[in-house]
Design a protein around this ligand. Structure first.
Ligand code: PEP
Ligand code: MG
Length: 857
């Protein structure tokens, strides 16, 4: 879109641009600042009009490129980014207004991605500068940085696939420490001091980009050599073969390209085993001295109390409680610091940043592998002189409080990042994390979210958002205790996949004092508060024993009569997939793709999605991987997909229904999946969540097939889909029963509701009858019926599900051994007998008893 001071200029430029393309292109002009009393147009720009035009384009486009004519148009466009309601990526470009608009329109009409359109627009002056040899233009040579004394320079190429993201930026800053090195993206990109991590990120340097390194200090050559070597070897993240060959004809130092058939690198940090989490001492482990306890409830739960809830992830934990810290409130804008106090307030920013950085350094020193690298990168961001200087300037000039100043300085940097779109926008999350750390230091509260402790702890929360739960991996959380939540809530699912004992739906859980030792049993659903020392010692011993004897899976699921049942894994990303492959899962039966993007405010771009999906596919070469398209909404809202507050989100626009509003989101995902499938050998199958009608299934199948994805299925999660299974089989190749949602929708009981856990029970006869109907439809159609809800990982249900017609079961990899063992003890006749028996049951308990009796003989 074009932002101009003059409506006539804007319209004329647009007219010219549209003459270049036959079929037109989506373009809007936001120009002028209204009309004056005489009806004459006022020259100027209006941020509200710009925001409205962006929103209008966002309904049809996967991204918006904004071109601006003069300086203040830039300000309006920047402000519009804050005002707009839509969430597609928006890129502000410095491209020339007329030539850029022409080039962008032509590229957009040809179906170019946002990146391509932006690149075309930026490069739009190249032809003109080549033809007109004026003083200002040097078309053949890149713009030289300002000469400063005896400058040393180097030219380097970004070779690593993810470009200059936080880790490479941290390596650059570290390597250049103490030397004034500047980097400039060629030919005319921004410049950044190597010492400023945030500025390095704003460079927006991607794979293939060329940068110039410049330094004037004595001894700079050595540092530049080191930096050059870092770039050459792709910062240890691998290099792209094509980039290595075409971009470095001399081939000097080109690192060997990663073999495309090799699994993509994944987090090296192994998932902690339960034994790690067992505190050896019976005494409560000390809570870090700097933790400020959560506001104490007037009636804390007394020592010796036994709380009861629903055990949703087996195992025991004994450790002190730590509460989930609440989110930080936005610091008050109205606080104005008196001029006399501003200097000390500004100092408070620097010292808080220093404390945050020191804390991170301490944690990094105690960590290893990927975790250490991430902490180290975050430390550098916390110590970033630009952020501190920006905030201090706001304190001095405008009397902002230290906390408010950090908030605003971070927001300004974030806007820079967001404007670059793509992966760079993702790095905004790192910036927010650092902002929160510094503000938490200033105001003296805990860092929001899951506590970062070095000793094992039981995490207590009213409930846990999936994004918080996802941060538990690799930490010291030994168990979960929540006031809300049911057996199939995502907290429960994540706890099971991490092997964390969990009890949910515990009234009074949040009144257990911080630091009180609890003994939590994820099987029985009991939580003992400050139990006597002998109980703690006995529990610690039992935990240690259980940790060394997990039931292993041999890699082939089968009944006693040899009937094969594929046992697959549920995964949420590459790290899960690698763990599942090590646990010998036969493939992936459910890849919850939304788990890859829980903290994203903007939709992931296609190449970013390809990377995320390839990470999972690479762990299962030649194996089946069933990928579920984004199941956004309900208890897993994704900010970029669900931007409204629904009265009843579980019955609202979730799963496949999101595509009604944002078809492009689905099509982009399918495109990314097809690209990922082409690049890996895994056998990719795709399925849609939350399907209720045959029309939805047919439309989904058509979209998948047009994207080049041939094996298409749907999840059976609604009673409507279960009832219509035979008709669904006419348009799809397979189905997978999501028992979690199928149960909540059949029983009309919110799966997050602690009090309704007895209704959220897949043993309910109504649910079992629906499953039986789907099984029958699958048998008749001769097509596979998978089960991928939590029921599939329950060894007591597994034989019954097979008897009801399931042909494969997909579960957390931790359940594979136990389910395989249960299946190996029964034959096909036992399974059918169990199915016949439960179909006559009137209650869940009767169904359980009938199945157990039938299986026993
Ligand atoms: C289900 O509903 O059973 C399922 C597997 O999907 P999710 O738990 O992710 O909603
Ligand atoms: Mg579901």
């Amino acid at each position: 879109m074009a932002v101009s001071h003059s409506a006539r200029l804007g319209e004329a430029a647009l007219e010219l641009a549209l003459q270049m393309v036959a079929g037109g292109a989506p373009v809007r002009v936001a120009a002028g600042a209204g009309i004056d009393g005489q009806g004459a147009p006022i020259l100027g720009t209006d941020a509200v009009a710009v925001a409205a035009a962006i929103d209008e384009l966002a309904t049809d486009c996967a991204g918006v490129l904004v071109l601006m004519d003069l300086g203040s148009a830039v300000l309006s466009a920047e402000l519009a980014l804050e005002l707009r309601a839509s969430d597609v990526p928006v890129r502000l470009t410095s491209a020339p207004f007329v030539e850029g608009l022409l080039a962008a329109v032509v590229s957009a009409a040809a179906g170019g991605s946002l990146d391509t359109v932006a690149d075309e627009a930026r490069a739009a002056l190249t032809a003109k500068t080549a033809q007109v040899a004026d003083d200002a233009a040097e078309p053949e040579e890149p713009i030289e940085p300002p000469a400063r004394g005896e400058a040393e320079t180097r030219r380097v190429r970004v070779r690593n696939p993810l470009g200059i993201h936080a880790r490479p930026a941290a390596l650059i800053a570290d390597t250049a420490a103490g030397v004034d090195v500047r980097l400039r993206r060629l030919p005319d990109g921004p410049e950044a001091a190597a010492a400023s991590l945030s500025r390095l990120l704003v460079l927006g340097a991607r794979q293939g980009d060329e940068l110039e390194l410049l330094a004037t200090d004595a001894g700079a050559a050595v540092v530049l050599d080191r930096l050059e070597a870092l770039f050459r070897d792709g910062f240890g993240e691998g290099t792209d073969d094509a980039a290595a060959v075409t971009d470095d004809p001399a081939g000097a130092g080109a690192a060997p390209a990663a073999d495309a058939s090799e699994p993509a690198p994944v987090a090296a940090e192994p998932a902690p085993v339960a034994a790690d989490r067992v505190p050896v001492a019976a005494e409560p482990a000390p809570v870090a001295a700097d933790r400020v306890p959560v506001a104490a409830d007037p009636v804390p739960v007394a020592a010796g109390t036994v709380l009861r809830g629903r055990g949703v992830s087996a195992g025991r934990a004994v450790a002190p409680v730590a509460h989930l810290a609440p989110p930080l409130a936005e610091p008050d804008l109205r606080t104005v610091i008196a001029p006399a106090d501003r200097e000390s307030e500004a100092d408070a920013v620097a010292s808080a940043a220093q404390r945050a950085a020191d804390r991170l350094r301490g944690r990094a020193e105690r960590a290893s592998g990927e975790t250490r690298a991430i902490l180290e990168a975050t430390r550098l961001l916390a110590a970033d002189p630009e952020l501190v200087a920006g905030a201090a300037a706001l304190v001095r000039a405008q009397g902002r409080s230290a906390a408010r100043a950090v908030w605003e300085a971070a927001a300004a940097q974030e806007a820079d990042l967001a404007a670059l779109g793509g992966r760079t926008a993702e790095r905004a999350a790192d910036l927010r994390d650092v902002r929160n750390r510094i503000i938490a230091e200033i105001v003296g509260v805990d860092m929001p979210g899951v506590p970062e402790l070095d000793e094992p702890f039981v995490l207590v929360a009213a409930d846990l958002a999936p994004a918080d739960a996802a941060t538990l991996a690799g930490g010291r959380c030994a168990g979960l205790l929540t006031e809300q939540g049911g057996p199939t809530s995502h907290t429960a699912i994540i706890a099971r996949s991490l092997g964390l004992p969990a009890v949910v739906g515990v009234a009074g859980a949040t009144r257990v004092p911080d630091g009180a030792v609890v003994l939590l049993d994820g099987e029985t659903g009991t939580v003992e508060v400050e139990p006597p020392a002998p109980r703690i010692a006995e529990a610690a011993m039992r935990i240690a024993k259980a940790a060394v004897a997990p039931l292993a899976f041999g890699g082939t699921g089968a009944l006693a009569d040899g009937h094969r049942i594929a046992l697959l894994a549920n995964v949420g990303g590459a790290a899960d997939a690698v763990a599942a492959a090590s646990a010998r899962a036969e493939g992936v039966g459910l890849f919850r793709t939304e788990f890859c993007f829980l903290d994203r405010a903007t939709p992931p771009v296609v190449d970013e999605q390809v990377a995320a999906y390839r990470g999972v596919l690479a762990a299962f070469p030649d194996r089946r991987v069933v990928v579920r398209t984004l199941d956004a909404g309900s208890d897993k809202p994704l900010p970029f997909a669900n931007d409204d507050d629904e009265e009843n989100p579980a019955l609202g626009v979730r799963g496949l229904r999101v595509a009604r509003r944002s078809p492009q989101l689905l099509d982009n995902q399918l495109r990314a999946l097809a690209l990922a499938a082409d690049a890996e050998s895994a056998r990719v199958e795709v399925m849609a969540p939350m399907v209720a009608t045959v029309d939805e299934a047919r439309d989904f199948a058509q979209r998948c097939r047009s994207a080049g994805l041939t094996r298409v299925g749907v999840m059976i999660e609604t009673p409507a889909a279960a009832v219509m299974a035979s008709a669904l089989f006419e348009v799809v190749d397979f189905v997978s029963i999501g028992t979690n949602d199928l149960t909540q929708y059949t029983m009309a009981a919110d799966r997050l509701h602690g009090e309704l856990g007895d209704l959220n029970d897949p043993w309910q006869p109504a649910v079992l009858r629906l499953i039986a109907g789907v099984g029958e439809a699958g048998r008749t159609a001769g097509k596979p019926v998978g089960v991928c809800g939590e029921a599939a990982g329950d060894p007591s249900l597994a034989p019954l599900l097979i008897g009801l017609g399931a042909t494969s079961l997909s579960m957390t990899h931790r359940a594979l051994g136990r389910v395989a063992d249960a299946l190996a003890r029964v034959d096909s006749t036992d399974c059918r007998r169990a199915a016949d028996a439960v179909l006559g049951a009137a209650t869940a308990d009767e169904a359980r008893e009938a199945a157990a009796a039938a299986v026993a003989g």
